[in-house]
Design a protein around this ligand. Structure first.
Ligand SMILES: Nc1ncnc2c1ncn2[C@@H]1O[C@H](COP(=O)(O)OP(=O)(O)OP(=O)(O)O)[C@@H](O)[C@H]1O
Length: 212
């Protein structure tokens, strides 16, 4: 469960998060929407402990994402729109995830297969040299294998071809009811059947929070 109280984050004297109050329950499936610059990514990055708030608080299962970052991140997987330029090869990345998150490599291979990611042929390739869609598939496979309590996707299907998109949605439909998901999206129609909550932000504020 995530509890956000009066969260304020300022960049260059602008309240990019402007007194945001929000409670995300276990199992919530959320479409997070709003115009460019509304503060969606900043909110998610604050939940992940990438940003210090200027005031207010965020707690993830009672823990501060800043003070207890590592523990918070064991339960949350974030799949950014533009994956980071990781230099590790896929073999090294799988080994790293296996060690740091107690995931068996086999689980990552299985999820990759379900997403049609040709993992075996690319094991020696550095992650950053994969295509955009392959990178996204790899991160999604890791997130699913980790069985994170919360999955956060920033424009999840931006780099996926139509077939991969369909597979991705099928996998998400199979998620445990207790797993929470946040989809930052401009295309509600793509996630509408997967969500129980639609949250709209504008100018750093939550302007609508609709349960469906
Ligand atoms: N590190 C930063 N330094 C300065 N300004 C920032 C920083 N990160 C975000 N901002 C500003 O905060 C505002 C909100 O950005 P944010 O990325 O949260 O918006 P968003 O709702 O995710 O937008 P989009 O739909 O375009 O991805 C923007 O005006 C952006 O320029």
């Amino acid at each position: 469960m995530i509890v956000i109280k009066e969260a304020v984050k300022r960049f260059l004297d602008v309240n990019v998060l402007d007194h945001v109050n929000l409670t995300i329950e276990d199992g919530d499936k959320i479409a997070l929407m709003g115009p460019n610059g509304a503060g969606k990514t900043t909110l998610v990055r604050s939940i992940l402990g990438f940003y210090h708030l200027d005031s207010g608080s965020i707690e993830v299962d009672g823990l501060s994402p800043i003070k207890m970052r590592q523990r918070v991140l064991t339960n949350i997987s974030f799949i950014p729109q533009t994956p980071p330029p990781i230099k590790l090869s896929l073999t090294e990345l799988i080994e790293y995830v296996a060690k740091s998150s107690q995931v068996v490599p086999q689980a990552i291979f299985e999820e990759a297969k379900r997403l049609d990611l040709a993992l075996e042929q690319n094991l020696s390739k550095p992650f950053f040299k994969l295509s955009g869609g392959m990178k996204q598939k790899m991160l999604i496979a890791i997130a699913l294998a980790k069985k994170s309590k919360m999955l956060i996707f920033d424009e999840p299907t931006a780099n996926l071809d139509p077939k991969a998109r369909e597979k991705f949605y099928n996998l998400l439909e199979e998620l445990d009811a207790k797993t929470s998901t946040i989809y930052i999206t401009h295309r509600l129609e793509e996630v509408e059947s997967l969500v129980n909550r639609k949250i709209y932000m504008d100018l750093g504020k939550v302007v609508e929070d609709e349960r469906v």
